[in-house]
Write a protein of this length. Structure first.
Length: 249
C-alpha cells in the first residue's frame, strides 16, 4: 500500500556537466523500472539543469536543504518559493547538516512547515550516532527527532512526509545496519508516529539510509517497515542507483 521511494542524495558532488551526464545515464538505466518512486537530489547549482533534463521521465528531483523564510536578507540561503516548480522533495535535517551546520529539531521543524506550506514534500532525516547507539539511546534519539520534526503538523500534512532513518554510524562507512536492525528501528519510528497520530502512521513512508548499495538493497527493502532508501555514495553511479531502484520495484 506504500509505494517505495528511492532518493539519491548527491551531497556536494557533481558540477553541472557532470550532473547532466549522470542523469542522462540514469534515465536510460531505469527505463522499465516501475512500482517505485525515484528521485535524485543534486546540489542547488545543478537543480535547474537536472530538472529540465528529467522533465517527462519517471525520475523526480529533490533539494538537499532549504531555508524556512520566503525571502529576505539571508545571504547564501535558498528559500521554498525558489524551489517551487524545480523540485518535488526537500531533504531536511540530514545528519551532516545537524552535525556540521548546527541544525536542531527546532530548525528542522521550521523547515518542514515552510516546505509543506509551498506544496513541496519533506524527507525528514533522523538517526542516532555511534555513541548514542552504543549507549542504547537509539529509541530516545529518534523519538525526540520525530516528535520535534512533526511538531504542529496537521494529519494531512504529516501523511505526505517521508522519514529517512539513517544511523549516523552507517553513513558513508560501508557499515550497513543489518536488515533486522534497520527494520527494528523503522518499526520503532512508525510506533512513535502512531503515538503522535494513529491516523497517518501507516501512510508515511520510512526510508532506510546508510551505505545502501546494489548488493544489500533487496534484503533491506523487503523488510515490512522499510519503504525505500536514501542513498548517498551509490547514487553517484547510474548502474548502482538503477539497481537499487529495480530492487525496490
Ligand atoms: P551513504 O549516505 O549511502 O553514502 O552511506 C547516505 C546518506 O547520507 O544519505
Amino acid at each position: 500500500m506504500r509505494t517505495p521511494i528511492i532518493a539519491g542524495n548527491w551531497k556536494a558532488f557533481k558540477t553541472i556537466p557532470e550532473a547532466l551526464a549522470l542523469v542522462g545515464e540514469l534515465a536510460d538505466s531505469v527505463r522499465g523500472v516501475s512500482g517505485v518512486e525515484m528521485a535524485v537530489c543534486p546540489p542547488f547549482t545543478a537543480l535547474a539543469a537536472v530538472a529540465e533534463r528529467l522533465r517527462g521521465t519517471s525520475i523526480k528531483v529533490g533539494a538537499q536543504n532549504v531555508y524556512w523564510e520566503k525571502q529576505g536578507a539571508y545571504t547564501g540561503e535558498i528559500t521554498p518559493p525558489m524551489l517551487q516548480g524545480l523540485v518535488d522533495y526537500v531533504i531536511i535535517g540530514h545528519s551532516e547538516r545537524r552535525k556540521l551546520f548546527g541544525e536542531t529539531d527546532e530548525t528542522v521543524n521550521k523547515k518542514v512547515h515552510a516546505v509543506l506550506a509551498h506544496n513541496l514534500l519533506p524527507i525528514i532525516a533522523v538517526g542516532e550516532n555511534l555513541d548514542e547507539n552504543e549507549a542504547g539511546k537509539t529509541g530516545a534519539v529518534v523519538t525526540r527527532q520525530i516528535r520535534g520534526g512533526f511538531q504542529g503538523l496537521s494529519a494531512d500534512q504529516a501523511r505526505t512526509c517521508v522519514v529517512a532513518y539513517e544511523p549516523v554510524w552507517a553513513i558513508g562507512t560501508g557499515e550497513t545496519a543489518t536488515p533486522a536492525v534497520a527494520q527494528q528501528a523503522c518499526a520503532y519510528i512508525r510506533g512513535v508516529l502512531r503515538e503522535i497520530s494513529p491516523v497517518y502512521a501507516d501512510a508515511i513512508r520510512i526510508q532506510y539510509g546508510g551505505s545502501v548499495n546494489a548488493e544489500n538493497a533487496a534484503e533491506l527493502l523487503s523488510q515490512p517497515d522499510i519503504d525505500g532508501a536514501l542513498v548517498g555514495g551509490a547514487s553517484l553511479k547510474a548502474d548502482q542507483f538503477a539497481a537499487i531502484c529495480a530492487a525496490a520495484g
